[in-house]
Design a binder for this molecule. Structure first.
Ligand code: SF4
Length: 380
């Protein structure tokens, strides 16, 4: 390859070009190679940690560029889904997740509340719908739903009603058993959120009251029941980059990729063991998002907690890297979230369109059939 080098020559120290031969610089990165493979060959489930690690550590602009290419290949890049997450049962949780202000083990000032009433939940869902959300997610601060028969049956009702409003419905209620997953599916649940949080290796530093395998088991029950899996993690917990890669590796090697992968940046809350963690930088988010996009091309990659700390241009880079969903609404469970008007302005400035809800035909038909049965039996 020929290159031009500028040389200082002559009495007057003029700059003159000098043509010389130099070695070609390496211009391919793992992000370039693997994104091309993904685009040509479709999603893979046999990723090695080394492959994901190399993608993650590609030069950031290259990673961003190739994340964007995979994103455009697999999705409409202008569509961003708006989801609303409501805490329907707050605080008083027995678990010890060290990032969580809702654990009863930490003094964070979060006041425990019982399960919200049906009216209050449905009103919140209606407001979310009117504000453009197409997915309504209900969170309850529980270890699991075992022994909560009454509350669980209320939640089934909420799911059914919100689904009837034409919204996708998601729940995050802790660990789930097989039977409960089946009942949620029957009620019309679109997706169940249960994050892996971090790598298997780092996990015991974050949570001791439930195991990584228990989490994976819940995901399996959700998958077996035919509910979409929503599972991602949190960065900024004090983990190393290899733990971030480890998390993505576990998700990307599941027999079916999660339909939804939330990427959260820790919002350190006073009173939790992680209160002094330094904030995550935007470049760390971009690495996670773009890598997730390349290794799980079809998933909705959700720019989730911590978005409130990022400016509009920073969020634009996240969308470019492959994020295609955000949480809107005043709060994300108990932590602050972005202002509604500012989000609307962002959509306008960036030329983004709200993504409509999507239901599989099976789901819609099953729900309609069930509604018909109920109408028939109540009128008979
Ligand atoms: S993250 Fe969930 S399970 Fe863990 S302490 Fe918070 S509410 Fe409980």
């Amino acid at each position: 390859m020929l290159a031009i080098r500028w040389m200082i020559v002559g009495r007057h120290k003029q700059l003159r070009p000098s043509i010389l031969s130099v070695q070609s610089p390496p211009y391919t990165s793992a992000a370039a190679i693997e994104s091309e493979r993904t685009i040509k060959g479709g999603p893979r489930h046999d990723w090695t940690k080394d492959e994901i690690n190399s993608i993650y550590h590609s030069p950031i602009l290259d990673l961003l560029y190739h994340g964007a290419q995979v994103h455009r290949h697999a999705h409409n890049f202008r569509e961003v889904q708006q989801c609303t997450l409501l805490s329907i049962k707050t605080g008083g949780c027995t678990e010890d997740c060290s990032y969580c202000p809702q654990s009863s083990r930490y003094d964070t000032g979060v006041k425990p509340h019982r399960l919200m009433s049906k009216d209050a939940v449905l009103q919140a869902a209606q407001r979310a719908k009117e504000a453009g959300s197409t997915r309504f997610c209900m969170g309850a601060a529980w270890r699991d739903t075992v022994g909560r028969k009454t509350n669980f049956s209320h939640i089934l009702e909420y799911v059914k009603e919100i689904r009837d409003m034409g919204m996708e419905v998601c729940c995050t209620l802790g660990m789930l058993e097989k039977q409960q997953a089946l009942e949620l599916k029957k009620a019309g649940l679109t997706a169940y959120n249960h994050n892996l949080d971090t790598s298997r290796e780092y996990y015991p530093n974050v949570i001791t009251t439930r195991s990584y395998d228990e989490r994976l088991e819940t995901l399996q029950h959700v998958r077996d029941a035919g509910i979409n899996v929503c599972s991602g993690g949190i960065i900024g917990l004090g983990e190393a980059e290899e733990d971030r890669v480890g998390l993505l590796h576990t998700l990307a090697t599941l027999p079916t990729h999660p339909e939804s992968v939330p990427i959260n940046a820790l919002l350190a809350v006073k009173g939790t063991p992680l209160q002094d963690q330094k904030p995550v930088e935007i470049w760390e988010m971009i690495r996670m998002i773009a890598t997730a996009r390349i290794v799980m091309p079809k998933a909705m990659v959700r720019l989730s907690a911590g978005r409130v700390r990022f400016s509009m241009p920073e969020q634009a880079l996240c969308f470019l890297a492959g994020a295609n969903s955000i949480f809107t609404g005043e709060k994300l469970l108990t932590t602050p979230n972005n202002d509604f008007d500012v989000d609307q302005l962002m959509f306008k400035v960036l030329g983004l369109n709200p993504k409509p809800p999507s239901f599989s035909d099976d789901d819609s038909q099953a729900l309609e059939a069930e509604n018909c049965e109920e109408v028939a039996s109540s009128s008979g």
